[in-house]
Write a protein that binds this ligand. Structure first.
Ligand code: B12
Ligand code: SF4
Length: 447
């Protein structure tokens, strides 16, 4: 039985962007689909991919569907951002192939199961992790059985599933697109684990909905062995652990560093980290730096303690500054994620964030507007209060280029963000808060 997987990721980069735009969303492989593919192939099914980013337009997609005469099952992934394109793809698919069995999985299918179930063109929905249940579904279909329409994915033990299938996607895009500036290419991504125990409400509970409450890590040996395979195959010169948090358990990280170095690797890598863990275990940051950690991508988010608490970040402004110092001490470059325009954020709080950014002096600043991401607690709250002005799909991108929330003065916010990037003086900051702004007690009044 032949399976075609569909990666609908054109929401940000657009059609014909793969290997043409040098952005990560245009070029990264999708580990969810690549993992499903590995499991299906291990069971003996043949699998191929339609990556919308490689196509010219929807007519091209229709042609690609039409020419796949041997495909029985079509597996589609879904982030909320991609869902409108998923709906369109599935419609075209069913217009071309009435008998096609369409299976939907991924974050959106998990957090909005009822919404996607309302689409009668989708034959099966698998929520949560897909590897085991997708293969069971294929087995059942191959046996001529009719399994339930909605299935809950069984979580695999990560060392027991095959490494993600690097033949599914054309790897040339990712190899040429390092996550951070200056990292040498070829570049690859891998995931060392799944899940996050923290509760930041601009993000959770979406992750927990997919991966459950427990964090699962692959063994260090399994990750290092995969890196060795990737080294042999792609000759990578830098890599990224694109886990939510690569440094999540200090014992795991210490042992990983030992094994990474022990295997003779010196290649620099980048990963996401939390300031509280970095402050608690500066020695682990040091050991990671000595092993190759070149960049830490850190969610500092705000220079206001009230906003950090509002986000349930469970970190402090003090820890933000301390973690930055630790990075500087050990020569780890800082990619600072900072969010502006949170509900109820005052101009004074915005300025605290600008001051914090100046103190941190990151090597790369990545600012975003607070965005109600589907599946997050904050999204639910602001939607209930009628504060959201973005649609829950395409609008869930955090890039600071489109207004997201009612009552937020984005024009003013942009001036503050500009100062965060450019640097400046306290006088410039104070000048930003002019009398009419003083009059507004809050940027967003309706908390
Ligand atoms: C790495 C990452 C990125 C990378 C690379 C993405 C990529 N293509 O792989 C980059 C930096 C580009 C990125 C960007 C963005 N990201 Co991101 N990202 C992640 C992250 C941390 C890991 C993704 C991953 O590899 N997961 C591991 C794989 C194995 O899990 P998985 O994909 O969910 O797949 C499993 C199941 O879902 C299921 N499954 C998936 N597909 C299918 C299909 C079928 C048929 C079946 C049966 C099952 C199935 O089975 C898989 C295996 O178990 C996730 C959080 C997370 N931990 O997943 C956020 C996450 C997916 N990102 C998110 C967001 C919001 C974004 C951005 C919009 C942020 C922004 N800029 O505003 C952009 C969108 C860019 C785009 N692609 O268009 C949200 C999505 C929320 C939502 N409701 O959709 C997440 C969940 C984080 C969060 N909670 O906020 N991201
Ligand atoms: S923002 Fe990061 S640390 Fe917080 S819950 Fe999400 S993945 Fe975990």
């Amino acid at each position: 039985m032949h399976v075609t997987l569909i990666f609908p990721g054109i929401a940000l980069p657009g059609f014909d962007s793969y290997n043409k735009k040098r952005t990560v969303d245009a070029n990264f492989i999708d580990h969810g689909l690549a993992s499903l593919s590995a499991s299906a192939k291990a069971r003996g099914y043949s699998v191929d991919l339609i990556d919308l980013r490689m196509l010219r337009d929807w007519t091209h997609f229709r042609e690609e569907v039409r020419r796949r005469i041997s495909t029985t099952v079509w597996g589609v992934t879904s982030w909320s951002l991609h869902y409108p394109d998923v709906v369109r793809a599935v419609r075209i698919l069913k217009e071309e192939k009435e008998q096609a069995v369409v299976v939907l999985g991924g974050v959106h299918a998990t957090i909005q199961t009822q919404q996607v179930a309302a689409n009668a063109l989708i034959d099966h929905i698998i929520s949560q992790e897909g590897e085991i249940t997708f293969v069971k579904l294929l087995d059942a279909l191959a046996d001529g059985k009719r399994p339930d329409r909605i299935l809950i994915g069984e979580g695999p033990v990560l060392d027991e599933i095959p490494w993600v299938d690097r033949d599914l996607f054309d790897m040339t895009g990712e190899l040429a697109t390092p996550m951070v500036p200056g990292l040498p290419t070829p570049f690859v991504t891998t995931n060392a684990g799944r899940g996050c125990p923290f509760k930041c409400n601009f993000c959770q509970p979406a992750e927990r909905a997919v991966f459950g409450n427990r964090v699962k890590m692959r063994s260090q040996r399994n990750v290092v062995d995969e890196l060795r395979y990737l080294k042999d195959r792609f000759k990578f010169r830098s890599w990224m652990a694109h886990d939510d948090l690569f440094f999540i358990n200090h014992r795991w990280s210490r042992e990983f560093c030992e094994q990474y170095k022990g295997a003779g690797f010196t290649e620099p890598f980048v990963c996401q980290m939390r300031v509280d863990l970095m402050c608690r275990y500066p020695d682990v940051v040091k050991q990671m730096a000595e092993s190759g950690l070149a960049w830490a991508m850190i969610g500092f988010e705000s220079g206001s303690q009230r906003i950090l608490d509002l986000f349930q970040k469970e970190t402090t402004v003090e820890e933000n500054l301390q973690a930055a110092k630790i990075c500087k001490e050990y020569g780890v470059k800082i990619w600072a994620n900072v969010m502006f325009g949170a509900p109820t954020e005052t101009p004074a709080e915005v300025l605290e964030t600008v001051r914090m950014v100046w103190k941190i002096a990151p090597d790369h600043l990545s600012s975003s507007y607070f965005t109600p991401t589907p599946g997050s607690g904050m999204a639910e709250e602001v939607e209930k209060k009628g504060l959201t002005i973005v649609d829950p799909f395409n609008g869930s991108c955090r890039t600071p280029n489109k207004a997201k929330m009612k009552d937020v003065d984005y024009e003013w916010l942009n001036k503050a963000i500009e100062l965060a990037y450019q640097g400046g003086t306290e006088e410039q900051l104070v000048a930003l808060v002019r009398p009419p702004d003083h009059a507004k007690e809050r940027l967003c009044a309706s908390h």
